[in-house]
Design a protein around this ligand. Structure first.
Ligand SMILES: C[S@@+](CC[C@H](N)C(=O)[O-])C[C@H]1O[C@@H](n2cnc3c(N)ncnc32)[C@H](O)[C@@H]1O
Length: 156
């Protein structure tokens, strides 16, 4: 099983890119994680945010892996402890499908994207900046893989 992170937003700051690359490297033998960045829709004076969200939503859907199990990151979604996430990861492994994790834009996910997702995942009720969400997601996937492998990274 491998995973693809489809994230609205480009040009991550260096501290995010380096942190993400570190967890990507650590995950490489447990859950290869590919990052696909999607250009945000155009916003600003005279531009409709709903149109921008729909545009980026279309690009997100075009970037989904064929037949993948789609998990949309959303603050209003389903929360998991790290142990519950590890159990979820084991469940996903047994399904035998690749995974796609989605991070939305400034107003969140387009309704069509949420409707197409198989499940949602909340990192908690706080609204996090989308670049930080990449990093937390990669770290928590690494933690979940460590738990499943009885690796000492996660000490309960
Ligand atoms: C700046 S947030 C969007 C906030 C938007 N107002 C909303 O209500 O969804 C950008 C993206 O980061 C992700 N995100 C932010 N906070 C999150 C959280 N607590 N849990 C899961 N995902 C989160 C979601 O994918 C969201 O679409």
């Amino acid at each position: 099983m491998k995973a693809r992170l489809v994230a609205v937003g480009e040009k991550a700051p260096v501290w995010v890119a380096e942190g993400f690359a570190e967890y990507q490297k650590r995950l490489s033998h447990w859950l290869p994680l590919e990052l696909v960045e999607v250009a945000p829709g155009l916003r600003g004076k005279g531009r409709d945010a709903a149109r921008a969200m729909a545009d980026e939503g279309g690009r997100v859907q075009a970037a989904l892996p064929r037949g993948g199990w789609v998990v949309a990151l959303d603050g209003r979604g389903k929360a998991h402890s790290s142990e519950q996430l590890a159990a979820r990861l084991e469940h996903w492994r047994q399904q035998g499908r690749d995974l796609a994790f989605l991070i939305g834009g400034p107003e969140g996910h387009a309704p069509e994207v949420l409707a197409a997702a198989d499940e949602t995942w909340s990192l908690g009720p706080l609204t996090l900046p989308h670049m930080l969400v990449r990093l937390v997601l990669a770290e928590q996937l690494y933690r979940a893989c460590s738990l499943l492998a009885n690796h000492p990274y996660h000490r309960a």
